[in-house]
Design a protein around this ligand. Structure first.
Ligand code: TMP
Length: 209
């Protein structure tokens, strides 16, 4: 039985590390796992990622940004995610369309209904079974983030990142059955423990243990 799990969170939430750790754990339990990321995951989508995140592309329009993320998404869904689910894998994706709603919708102010239509077109309506939202206060996230790589989106201001986080909290509220909210502010192992415990419960409920 397949399962589509996504990880979401503000920049610096640590969700990438957590997604990888969960994938390793599930593999160690004998589950077939595909762990990937957005934007990226396929050759074409990784090329699109370079364009989106390049610090050279400062003049990028909001419309362009939305369409590039969606283009990368259309490719990874068709080329990687759907085939893996068809093979009965547990697919873990670091970010998916909730990021577009949080960052481009709530963050940049792009119309949410428009984003819904574009997302439907890009994904063919593929909705995650489960989404871990790893929450951290904006300041903590940005402090963590600036210790590692810098990309074009890091140049945006703190108000933008606050809108993104509040947007995520709205999304979680609107779909409480799909989202699992995780406090990402503690040590890595402690956060992973919370995620693993919830995952074990979810697998048991689906009789996938
Ligand atoms: P990452 O830090 O998780 O690799 O993500 C790269 C950046 O891309 C991050 O700042 C969030 C942003 N992003 C969007 O703005 N919209 C999207 O749809 C996705 C997938 C990512």
């Amino acid at each position: 039985m397949s399962l589509f799990i996504t990880f979401e969170g503000p920049d610096g939430s640590g969700k990438t590390t957590q997604a990888r750790m969960l994938a390793d754990y599930l593999e160690s339990q004998g589950h077939p796992v595909l762990c990937t990321r957005e934007p990226g995951g396929t050759e074409i989508s990784e090329q699109v990622r370079q364009v989106i995140l390049s610090t050279h592309n400062k003049s990028m329009r909001n419309e362009t940004e939305v369409l590039l993320y969606s283009a990368a998404r259309a490719q990874i869904v068709a080329e990687l995610i759907r085939p893996a689910l068809a093979q009965g894998k547990l697919v873990i994706c670091d970010r998916y369309y909730d990021s577009t709603f949080a960052y481009q919708g709530y963050g940049l102010g792009v119309d949410l209904n428009l984003l819904r239509a574009i997302t439907q077109f890009a994904t063919g309506g593929l909705v995650p079974d489960l989404t871990f939202y790893v929450d951290v206060p904006v300041e903590l996230g940005l402090t963590r983030r600036h210790r590692s790589e810098t990309n074009r989106l890091d140049l945006k201001n703190i108000e933008y990142h606050t809108r993104v986080r509040n947007g995520y909290l709205e999304l979680v509220k609107a779909e409480p059955d799909r989202f699992i909210i995780i406090d990402g502010s503690g040590p890595v192992e402690q956060v992973q423990e919370q995620i693993r415990a919830r995952m074990i419960t979810e697998l048991a409920e689906r009789r996938m243990t």
